[in-house]
Design a protein around this ligand. Structure first.
Ligand code: OYP
Length: 577
């Protein structure tokens, strides 16, 4: 027999050329000494070029690279992607700096409608819808379910002690013949609690202090009006200076209170839901996979397509977005120390459990909320991913024993829990994998997070955050301590200024728009797997995704506000932006 190396890889220009032959093999399947040696050498080489780095304490470890130029060629953007990434942002910024000039030479910036001056070319149907409806209470409620941060809302069975809403206060929001106590019991009251923002260090931009509040917001699932906010307190400690805002207050007072909630939402959304819980968590799996699994390993083959470009986008994020002089420092209220402190707080509480959609929805008590499209679509996609992955695992692991005996796999999970997530004892992922089910579930979490969950948070950011008053990146005045303080001057003085608003539009457009060389969920262009059974499982997965696609499209048919972020054809196969 001739020895066929299972994987050849070389580089032409900026293009990886990889020819794979032969079956995916765990260590146990390998008997030829030369191939065993090849496996070991491959891992030793990889561990030399892919090293862990502690970018900051108390957050996931990441790849050791100061800038994208330090990354191995295999992890770099290809030309098309790089030039698009670099040019699109320039384009957006240029476009917006022209608008800025127009505004500074004459147009006013004293009324909410003035945000329209910067809103003329970069647009989307939902962003325009948002511009028309952002002040409406049902629209505020809708965004908790199907906006760009759909994981914040939780059922409220008992009012938090620091949020003394009385039944009288909210009676006017209630349906006839009911009251708050009754609705709390029936499970129709929900809560947004931004306690995690309490005391986060605030940014100073061009010598001006920025402000952060840590609001609480109560919502009610009204039988006719849908989910609506019914009470807002802007800080965690109740008292005379922290009034509870109500829908019956003067319209500008209620509006300003909602704006403050939406500002908290921007921070939690971008720093926690998006950056930490998708980008940074997935990077851990990316580095561990590259360090611990040879390219013939079935789990390498399964995960590699879901890790494409993640090291480079995250490295760019660390050096240009959240760095000491990056975009956050320039325009976001949590810029500077805030981002890190916020991420550290969340990381301490982050659990593996919360990355699994069934558990997440049941822990938040939101399984009964109607029209929660994010929930419905996530669960369909989780099922499809989990069943595909379980099939793959059963193909290469005949028993749980095969899992415990796979020393490469055990080194992989060890790298994840002891290096990547080292400072996170409560994460809840064991240091050893003992069953096929455990392995399948973990792989499903990795694929779900790098595809579905990233799409849910990333793809809506232009739609929901480009109309700046709806989701402001910073606030330039402190939260009001009395309702009468809310005037239009006060609102305009609080919201981002012209240049902050322009940058918010530019960046959210840059990140939220469809990517030029996107590979959609389930399309495996590199053909890592060649054996018939694996290829069949992939094609079964694709068929499931097509069914989900059709299902989502028909569900959206005729809807005024469509939820298409989790349409499989629009979900990327990895975190690339
Ligand atoms: C990387 O040329 C990323 O300045 C975005 O980072 C923007 C750049 C670099 C700057 C490019 C340049 C992506 C990884 C990530 C992430 C998730 C969090 C995204 C937060 C976006 C916040 C928008 C800010 C609006 C003011």
């Amino acid at each position: 027999d001739t020895v066929v190396f299972p994987c050849y890889r070389w580089l032409i220009g900026n293009v990886n050329v990889e020819i794979r032959q032969g079956k995916a093999k765990t260590l146990r399947d390998e008997s030829i000494a030369q191939l065993l040696a090849h496996r070991r050498t491959e891992l030793q080489e990889r561990q030399k070029i892919y090293r862990w780095q502690t970018w900051a304490p108390g957050v996931p470890r990441c790849i050791d690279a100061k800038t994208e130029a330090d990354l191995p060629q295999d992890s770099r953007f290809e030309n098309e992607k790089r030039s698009d990434f670099e040019h699109s942002l320039q384009y957006a910024l240029l476009e917006l700096s022209l608008k800025k000039l127009v505004i500074m030479f004459g147009k006013s910036w004293s009324d909410l409608d003035d945000f329209k001056h910067i809103f003329w070319k970069l647009r989307s149907p939902i962003a325009e819808y948002c511009m028309e409806h952002w002040k409406e209470d049902w629209f505020f409620g809708y965004q908790c379910l199907n906006g760009s941060n759909p994981r914040m809302i939780q059922r409220c069975n008992k009012l938090p002690e620091n949020f003394p809403v009385t039944s009288d206060m909210v009676q006017r929001s209630m349906a006839p013949r009911t009251n708050m106590e009754k609705e709390l019991k029936e499970g129709n009251i929900y809560l947004l609690d931004y306690a995690i923002l309490d005391g986060i260090p605030t940014n100073t931009i061009k010598d001006k202090p920025q402000y952060i509040a840590a609001p609480l917001c109560l919502l009610y699932q009204h039988p006719d009006n849908g989910l609506i906010p019914i009470a807002i307190q802007l800080e965690q400690t109740p008292g005379l200076n922290t009034p509870i805002f109500l829908p019956r207050d003067p319209p500008l007072a209620w509006l300003l209170a909602k704006i403050w909630v939406r500002h908290a939402e921007f921070q939690v959304f971008q720093v926690l839901s998006h950056l930490l819980r998708t980008h940074l968590v997935i990077e851990v799996f990316c580095v561990a996979t590259l360090r611990q699994l040879p390219a013939v390993h079935p789990i390498y083959k399964l995960l590699a397509p879901h890790l494409r470009y993640t090291l480079e986008i995250n490295t760019r994020g660390r050096s240009q977005l959240i760095s000491a002089d990056g975009i956050f420092k320039r325009v976001v209220s949590t810029g500077g120390d805030g981002v890190l402190v916020l991420a550290q707080r969340e990381f301490k509480m982050l659990t593996y459990r919360s990355l699994q959609p069934y558990n997440d929805f049941s822990d938040r008590g939101v399984s009964q909320l109607p029209d929660y499209f994010y929930r419905e679509h996530s669960l369909m996609l989780w099922e499809a991913i989990h069943s595909f992955v379980s099939g793959m695992v059963s193909l290469y692991y005949q028993s749980d024993h095969d899992v415990t005996e796979d020393t490469e796999l055990q080194a992989w999970i060890g790298d994840i829990t002891q290096k990547g997530m080292a400072e996170l004892p409560s994460f809840g992922l064991p240091n050893k994998l003992s069953t096929r089910e455990e392995l399948s579930n973990l792989l499903a979490v990795v694929i779900f997070t790098s595809t579905v969950q990233h799409a849910a948070t990333n793809n809506g950011q232009f739609d929901w955050c480009s109309w700046v008053p709806n989701t402001p990146c910073t606030m330039r005045q402190p939260p009001p301590t009395e309702k009468s303080a809310a005037t239009m001057e006060m609102i305009m003085a609080s919201l981002p200024d012209v240049s902050q608003s322009c940058l918010q539009m530019a960046i959210t457009w840059h990140l939220g728009r469809a990517q030029p060389d996107a590979i959609p969920l389930g399309r495996y262009t590199e053909e890592h797997f060649t054996e018939a059974q694996a290829v069949e499982l992939i094609s079964g997965f694709r068929t499931e995704l097509e069914k989900i696609e059709a299902n989502i499209l028909s569900q959206n048919d005729g809807l005024e506000l469509q939820y298409l972020f989790l349409l499989p054809s629009r979900i990327e196969n990895s975190i690339t932006i």
